[in-house]
Write a protein that binds this ligand. Structure first.
Ligand SMILES: [Zn+2]
Length: 100
């Protein structure tokens, strides 16, 4: 369903389902930000309290970890939100009586 790292293909290769409905927007990024935040900030605080390493060592450890966590999670989360959007027919709201 992806045509790039995060780009959604125009349609399914197998069943030719049109992916035009797909727009997860910022949804995946929000989940990934929260998860990466907790996954990095809590260990960073614990390491600071336990070892008090210099700032450059913190940056050396936590910046690459932050990037790695975000890159690893963005695509799966985008896929899940895409699937949920399709499954629940989530789309932009319309005023009553203007369906289709
Ligand atoms: Zn398909």
């Amino acid at each position: 369903m992806f045509s790039g790292f995060l780009r959604i293909a125009p349609s399914c290769d197998v069943c030719e389902l049109d992916y035009g409905f797909a727009d997860a927007g910022d949804g995946p990024a929000v989940f990934v930000m929260f998860i990466a935040g907790f996954a990095v900030v809590i260990p960073a605080l614990l390491v600071e309290v336990a070892f008090s390493p210099p700032v450059w060592l913190h940056l050396l450890i936590w910046l690459p970890l932050t990037v790695a966590v975000c890159v690893a999670l963005l695509r799966p989360f985008k896929g899940v939100l895409f699937a949920l959007q399709y499954r629940h027919k989530a789309e932009e709201g319309r005023p009553d009586g203007q369906d289709e």
